[in-house]
Design a protein around this ligand. Structure first.
Ligand code: SF4
Length: 723
């Protein structure tokens, strides 16, 4: 008997924003192994536990029959879905969407997509919504992840472009990690940080986080600030930097504007006051400011602790203020560097796949940008009506304004804040399409039509990681069953809608003349010409050689570090200090809800666990859901490890074991975001069955970035009485 030879295919890990290169080993139609790509500059061959078990999850999803293998149509709400032919499914999706648009207008339709889609998928979804249907109601779960970082960069530096790169970790003298736990959420980047610390004993690490995480354990200085107080910390540090003459007046004069107003504001944040607001030691705040300002190169790494906040844009901007005031930007080892949570949150932003954006970092609110994109796409116009962002979209659906939702590669029934409201919105919609690889997500239960999508190892395209590096994603095996690439499904529905609305084609045969992801990529590439993220030099052929960072205009080399010349992407070319205010959390703890619930990730699981939850070995690190409480609180409540508690907010309640931990402070609680219906039970305040931490969280969002405050909820903890 002869066995098929082992094939090796270079691709990219589909989990976090580090964007590690992988080599997939396959035999025939089966993925049999995975290893780190030694030539990929994000990981140089390393993989974390999630990445190194990708092949096992790929086979396990098939073995356990959790893959969605054929289109399924639900004949009636409350009934099980039935198989349907692809053509019939696509016809029905186009017909139902078309009817709703013709009856109620384009804004009666919404698209909720994902930072795990590939750039090419994102591009065609955006073009379908904004170009053909004529609605800007398209947003993504990246809204829950990175939109405050985007808004912070644009407010201060003028463009959504992280200025630093991974190599800066090797050059930094001080690394300031705030609102991030890379030890668990970005493990390969954290290993690089550990290496840098071993190689350079002078490297100092400052970690600011309400929880004493594994990342904080490596810190030379740990600041256990209270949730939501980051702006007070940064303003307090700037106060010290000014007072101790550690700012860089020459840099401020030559390359920035707006410092005087900010200087006035931070006068109100002397270290004792700022430290009191943050709940930390004033001497520690002063020490952090001194290290930040005295170092030759300071790098800040930050993530959801800043972003997932009602004041997320201000938090990002206040941190960037510190870099501008000290000139710690645009040099090796220096700069504010946001870490992306998902593998392609960046790619989605690049193609404008969010409610307020257009292709190539153009803004929907800018009439010239709308006209440029209409010309590029060959449509009469792009609507000026602002699109609904993630939380707004489900609110509009709950009110009955949005009547059809198309959800792709994401699970809002588990991951959106205030789960009860999101589920009511899904129930109220006339038509819900769920395009998914996995049949097991909570959102699938609300679908009228389920469209099976191919996933990692089965599809072609590109992703962009945290350091603006674009990597190819490649298919090693054919998709199982009838699953199809996401871009293909979108194009097939778009062509059917074009047949319904030929007048929208401006005389063209089709707006979606794509026969491959590369054709989509080439159109996207062209749309970036002359823009800050110009990638006209990055053809698929060039990306075959190696992953590259943007910008990379035609005929030029990619640029790893931005703003080295001191010119920024603002109209004046100067960076802007942001005179932002400190705003406390939306729902402070009180006598009825006396605990601050903080959410976060586990090391070995990913999002709603549709992939990682299938592997027993990934439960070796943390085996079951739990709420972590400080030992003092455990004793006060008469709790022992493993005792069940009701964790209750104003919106819902869940039951889970308590666990004593000194990682959280008194009156704080921590729970991981991953656990869903299979692991937890709960109910909304009006009695609907719910599960997971988002039964509790609140939908309040930052007014600028529209990113919800997933990081803080006021809760109470009551011991569950056993019957
Ligand atoms: Fe994948 Fe992130 Fe782990 Fe790298 S660090 S292997 S990208 S999960």
């Amino acid at each position: 008997m002869t066995t098929a030879p082992v094939q090796l295919t270079r691709s990219t890990c589909p989990y976090c924003g580090v964007g590690c290169g992988v080599i997939i080993e396959s035999r025939g139609a089966q993925i049999i192994g995975v290893r780190g790509d030694p030539d990929h500059p994000a990981n140089f061959g390393r993989l974390c536990t999630k990445g190194s078990t990708l092949h096992l999850t790929a086979t396990e999803t098939l073995a356990r029959q959790t893959r969605l293998l054929q289109p399924m149509r639900r004949p009636q709400r409350g009934h099980p879905p039935q198989p349907i032919e692809w053509d019939s499914a696509l016809d029905e999706v186009a017909q139902r969407l078309g009817e709703i648009v013709d009856r109620h207008g384009p804004d009666a339709v919404g698209f909720y997509i994902s930072g795990q889609l590939l750039t090419e998928d994102y591009y065609v979804f955006n073009k379908l919504a904004k170009g053909l249907i004529g609605t800007n109601n398209i947003d993504t779960n990246s809204r829950l992840c990175m939109s405050s970082a985007v808004a912070g960069y644009k407010l201060t530096l003028g463009a959504d472009a992280p200025p630093a790169c991974y190599e800066d970790i090797d050059h930094a003298e001080v690394i300031f990690i705030v609102g991030a736990n890379p030890a668990w959420a970005h493990p390969i980047l954290f290993r690089r940080l550990e290496d840098a610390k071993r190689a350079n004993p002078r490297l100092r690490l400052i970690v600011a986080d309400p929880r004493r995480t594994e990342t904080a354990e490596l810190a030379d200085l740990y600041l256990p600030l209270q949730p939501g107080t980051d702006v007070a910390l940064f303003h307090g540090m700037l106060h010290v930097l000014i007072w101790e003459q550690l700012i860089d007046p020459a840099y401020i004069a030559a390359h920035t504007e707006g410092f005087d107003a900010l200087r006035q504001r931070v006068l109100d944040f002397p270290p004792a006051h700022a430290a009191q607001l943050c709940g930390i030691d004033a001497a520690a705040l002063v020490q952090a400011a001194r290290w930040f300002g005295q170092s030759r190169a300071t790098l800040s790494l930050y993530c959801q602790g800043l972003n997932q906040s009602r004041n997320g844009t201000a938090k990002n901007a206040a941190l960037i203020n510190l870099h501008l005031a000290t000139g710690q930007i645009g040099r090796p080892g220096a700069g504010p560097f946001s870490l992306t949570g998902q593998p392609n949150a960046m790619g989605g932003r690049e193609v404008g796949g969010m409610a307020n954006l257009l292709s190539a970092h153009r803004d929907l609110a800018n009439p010239e940008h709308r006209a440029e994109v209409a010309r590029l796409w060959g449509v009469a116009e792009v609507s000026a009506t602002p699109g609904k962002t993630a939380v707004e979209m489900f609110e509009a659906a709950a009110r009955g304004e949005i009547k059809a939702l198309w959800i792709a590669c994401t699970n809002p029934a588990q991951s959106m804040p205030d789960q009860a409201r999101v589920r009511r919105a899904l129930q109220r919609c006339e038509f819900v399409v769920v395009q998914e690889a996995f049949a097991t997500t909570a959102t699938c239960a609300y679908a009228d039509m389920l469209l099976p999508a191919s996933t990692w190892g089965e599809k072609e395209g590109t992703v962009t990681n945290s350091e603006r590096r674009i990597s190819r994603v490649r298919a090693a095996v054919p998709a199982p069953g009838q699953a199809r690439p996401d871009w293909r499904i979108v194009v097939d529905v778009a062509r059917r809608l074009e047949a319904r609305w030929p007048q929208r084609l401006n005389g063209r045969a089709t707006l979606f003349a794509y026969d491959s992801p590369e054709a989509i990529w080439n159109e996207h590439r062209e749309s970036t010409r002359g823009r800050d993220l110009d990638i006209t030099g990055l053809s698929y052929a060039r990306l075959e050689e190696a992953p590259h960072q943007w910008p990379c205009p035609e005929g030029q080399s990619p640029r790893a570090r931005l703003y080295s010349d001191g010119r920024f992407a603002t109209a004046s070319g100067r960076a802007r200090f942001a005179d932002v205010d400190f705003v406390p959390v939306a729902e402070p703890r009180d006598a009825r809800y006396p605990f601050s619930l903080i959410t976060g990730r586990l090391r070995d699981h990913w999002h709603g666990m549709s992939r990682t939850g299938l592997l027993g070995r990934l439960f070796g690190h943390v085996s079951e859901p739990a709420v972590q409480l400080h030992p003092q609180d455990m004793a006060r409540l008469g709790l022992h490890d493993g005792d069940l508690v009701h964790l209750t907010s104003r919106r819902g309640s869940i039951v889970l074991p308590a666990q004593g931990s000194e990682q959280v402070g008194p009156c704080q609680a921590f729970m991981a975001m991953h656990w869903g219906e299979e692991y937890l039970s709960g109910a909304s305040s009006s009695g609907e069955r719910l599960a997971g931490v988002n039964a509790l969280t609140l939908p309040t969002f930052c007014p600028t970035s529209k990113q919800p405050e997933l990081k803080h909820t006021a809760v109470k903890v009551l011991k569950a009485e056993l019957p």
